[in-house]
Design a protein. Structure first.
Length: 68
């Protein structure tokens, strides 16, 4: 697996502040094929945020303002 880029790290940090660990997001929320390098583009980052928001029942807009 590649290193976490800054955009996804920001998302992981915000979720961690809400009590959701990075390991939970990586193991349970994001699909197996997900690689944080996908989020190096705006479209890829939005795709990751959409997956996270949908699976956690969160609004996309607050995640987007704090990530990507």
């Amino acid at each position: 697996m590649t290193k976490t880029n800054n955009q996804m790290q920001t998302v992981y940090d915000r979720l961690h502040q809400a009590g959701i660990s990075r390991s939970y997001v990586r193991k349970v929320v994001l699909p197996e094929w997900w690689d944080d390098e996908i989020a190096e583009t705006d479209a890829g980052c939005l795709q990751g945020l959409g997956i996270i928001a949908r699976h956690l029942g969160l609004e996309l807009t607050p995640l987007h303002k704090r990530g990507c």
